[in-house]
Design a protein around this ligand. Structure first.
Ligand SMILES: NC(=O)c1ccc[n+]([C@@H]2O[C@H](COP(=O)([O-])OP(=O)(O)OC[C@H]3O[C@@H](n4cnc5c(N)ncnc54)[C@H](OP(=O)(O)O)[C@@H]3O)[C@@H](O)[C@H]2O)c1
Length: 331
């Protein structure tokens, strides 16, 4: 019988275990996907540990917001998909039935998109969360244009790397922020036009230098916390800051009197909008075809080692590269 990753209580990685469950027949408007690979995300870790204020249905709560596979069964009233089609899951967090941590999952047909042409299953498993977040924040919210200077915080992370590739695809200039000068070469190789390392440089001065005194047009703030006021000062008046992450747990000062437009962004607001999802799918497909978009992979684990995959995530040594699990690796 197919295997599914479940947890029955909040806790560390070892609460995750495998159970066998019969496949779920798709209802009207649903598809079943045979999962080839899924990625492990910090959001999964937060759901597993109880850090998110969600109620989990015990026993057998499920996890997983992204993955890839092929359509295995179609429910009634599903148009535009055929059995065998390679797809990407764009699921929202749901601890009951929709998680991608499994050999099969059944979900609404509007939560899958075609797998970008030319992307293998390991990379396809890892593209949705990081790239849809970066695309949604920069293109849909901030309306990024060619020539814009885009300040990318946590640039060495998975969303930051995706943001730099997307900025380059559009013709904008991504300026990467890192806390460590040692990461400068890696970030330039990852697409940054300039790097600001906060262990040596002052953010405001350095950004002014890299933008001929003008300031950044757009700031993607994945960190928040007490560093945000400097980001606001590093942007030009009339620019845009999109707050999409919260890596720094310290409070963020209220941005009183700022001449910037500030958005708070959660990608799930777009994942449930089929019109935006279609635009995202087209953008990702074009970017992969042109070679502009390519997720970086850290380690691939077999399904049996799911707890080890979460331990690996918690060590934080993957440096913005994705951790992927392949359910059929050992079958
Ligand atoms: N809005 C959404 O829908 C959405 C979707 C996905 C993720 N997110 C959020 O976006 C953020 C980034 O996600 P990710 O997957 O890219 O993370 P990640 O891959 O774990 O990013 C790690 C990088 O962030 C930097 N960093 C870590 N802690 C930091 C701190 N306290 N202060 C400053 N920099 C720090 C580090 O870069 P350096 O060592 O180089 O400084 C590190 O390499 C997270 O908060 C995540 O929850 C939001």
């Amino acid at each position: 019988m197919p295997r599914v990753v479940v947890f029955d209580e909040f806790g560390g990685p070892d609460v995750l275990h495998l159970v066998e469950k019969p496949v779920v027949e798709p209802a009207a408007g649903e598809v079943r996907v045979r999962i080839e690979a899924f990625a492990v995300n910090p959001l999964d870790q937060m759901m597993r540990s109880g850090a998110l204020p969600v109620t989990i249905p015990a026993p057998h709560a499920r996890l997983g917001v992204e993955g890839t596979g092929v359509v295995d069964a179609l429910g009634p009233e599903v148009a535009g998909l055929e059995i065998g089609d390679p797809v990407i899951l764009t699921a929202i967090p749901d601890a009951t039935v929709r998680g991608s941590y499994a050999e099969y999952t059944t979900l609404p047909a509007n939560r899958v998109i075609p797998r970008p042409t030319g992307l293998g299953s390991t990379e396809a498993a890892a593209i949705w969360v990081a790239y849809s977040t970066a695309y949604g924040a920069l293109v849909e919210k901030a309306r990024m244009q060619p020539g814009d200077h885009v300040l990318v915080t946590a640039a060495s992370g998975s969303v930051g790397r995706a943001a730099m590739q997307i900025a380059n695809q559009i013709g904008a200039a991504p300026i990467a922020i890192t806390r460590h000068t040692a990461k400068q070469d890696d970030l330039l190789a990852a697409g940054a036009t300039a790097v600001v390392a906060t262990d040596q440089a002052d953010v405001v001065e350095a950004v002014r230098h890299h933008t001929d005194g003008a300031g950044a047009d757009i700031v993607l703030d994945l960190v928040m916390g007490p560093g945000q006021p400097d980001l606001l000062r590093a942007a030009r008046p009339g620019g845009t800051l999109v707050a999409a992450g919260f890596l720094d747990p310290r409070p963020t000062p209220f941005p009183a009197g700022t001449p910037l437009t500030i958005f708070s962004y959660r990608s799930f607001e777009h994942t449930v909008d089929p019109v935006v999802v279609r635009r995202m799918a087209a953008f990702l497909d074009a970017g992969v075809r042109l070679g502009a978009l390519r997720p970086a992979i850290d380690t691939v684990f077999p399904l049996d080692n799911i707890a080890e995959a979460h331990h690996h995530l918690e060590k934080g040594l993957h440096a913005g590269r994705k951790i992927v699990v392949t359910p059929w690796f050992d079958r």
